[in-house]
Design a protein around this ligand. Structure first.
Ligand SMILES: Cc1cc2nc3c(=O)[nH]c(=O)nc-3n(C[C@H](O)[C@H](O)[C@H](O)COP(=O)(O)OP(=O)(O)OC[C@H]3O[C@@H](n4cnc5c(N)ncnc54)[C@H](O)[C@@H]3O)c2cc1C
Length: 307
């Protein structure tokens, strides 16, 4: 392929990111690369012009890619990176493995990673975002990650090196997580299975899981006391602030704040990234006017606006 190093996997120039994201929006990426295996990925990155930005993509479940697309090489890991092995209390998962599958295979082997069951992304995205729910986070169970650096070298990093915090991590620029090792507590497989089913039912009842979304749009304002008193630890919820601002159900173009859960931004069909981002910004403005708080985006927004 002219301009890019050759590889055994595939490289598609100008691929629409809308095809690869949960929200179904996003203009073209310069190139999307699907390496055949780790050696292929290393060789490709080592030969790629160091000035070219690299963007690792998982399931695209936490992203708004803007309508002008991404001026980067997007790396998407496939089947060769999706293996899952349970060895005693260690669960070793490829970065392309879906969180739900890892939770299920771990549970079948009597290991508890049940919190991953309802998160629709991949292990790579879960590490990068320190994904979590129902009180458990990746940081609680992650032991180490294997990454391929932007220069094409393999490195193994202990979890502590990633400085995992609420929905964030510090991975070296352009580094791609290729696998992760978790240490998981023991549990009865039937009880773990039951817990996952209960969590799925809870999720279905409260969130628009069948719609095109990217999960929670804004973070809950952390550490904010509703009364300002030091002894009041009540945390404000983003969904409640959005409801109080009268923005649940609000629309711009094909974008809507979900009627089922006020903190979910949905593509009702035909939304552009601009519709979604503009609605999110309108929500932030209205919440600031009513509650004096600027909500912070939890969804990552990347790429260029439409020309
Ligand atoms: C219905 C719904 C419910 C959700 N519920 C939750 C929830 O309960 N808890 C929660 O934490 N999140 C939730 N999310 C958000 C999302 O699923 C998580 O953030 C998830 O971890 C993102 O994984 P992904 O593979 O889709 O990553 P992407 O959205 O593809 O990417 C997210 C970030 O991770 C980086 N990344 C992806 N793969 C790699 C890799 N291999 N190496 C390095 N970086 C990588 C990307 O560059 C990007 O910066 C939800 C989303 C939806 C749509």
């Amino acid at each position: 392929m002219a301009g890019y190093p050759s590889l055994r996997g595939s490289l598609i120039e100008g691929k629409a990111m809308a095809d690869l994201t949960w929200l179904r929006v996003g203009g073209p990426a310069d190139a999307v690369v699907l390496p055949a295996d780790e050696a292929d990925l290393c060789a490709f990155l080592a030969a790629l012009d160091p000035a070219v930005p690299v963007f690792p993509l998982g399931a695209g479940s936490n992203l708004i890619v803007r309508d002008g697309g991404l001026r980067a090489v997007v790396v998407r890991l496939g089947r060769a990176f999706a293996g899952v092995e349970v060895q005693g209390d260690r669960v070793i998962a490829g970065a392309a493995a879906l969180d739900a599958r890892v939770a299920q295979l771990a549970a079948a082997a009597g290991r508890d990673l049940t919190f991953l069951r309802t998160i629709p992304g991949t292990i790579g995205g879960a590490v990068r975002m320190n994904a979590g729910c129902y009180g458990s986070y990746v940081t609680d169970v992650l032991e180490e990650v294997r990454v391929v650096t932007r220069q094409g070298k393999v490195e193994v990093l202990p979890a502590a090196a990633l400085d995992l915090r609420y929905r964030q991590s510090h991975l070296p620029e352009g580094a791609i997580v290729v696998s992760a090792v978790f240490r998981a507590c023991e549990g009865d497989p039937a009880a773990l299975q039951q817990r996952m089913e209960d969590q799925l039912a809870r999720r279905d009842a409260s969130q628009p899981v069948k719609d095109r979304t990217a999960g929670s749009t804004f973070r809950n304002p952390a550490g904010f006391s509703s009364t300002g008193r030091a002894d009041d630890t009540h945390e404000l919820k983003a969904w409640k602030l959005i409801q109080d601002a009268g923005m649940q159900g609000a629309r711009i173009g094909g974008a809507q704040m979900s009627e089922k859960h006020a903190n979910f931004l949905t593509n009702t069909g035909g939304a552009t990234a601009t519709d979604l981002e503009s609605l999110g910004e309108e929500v932030r403005n209205r919440v600031f006017q009513t509650a004096g708080i600027w909500l912070e985006w939890e969804i990552m927004r990347v790429g260029e606006p439409a020309a």
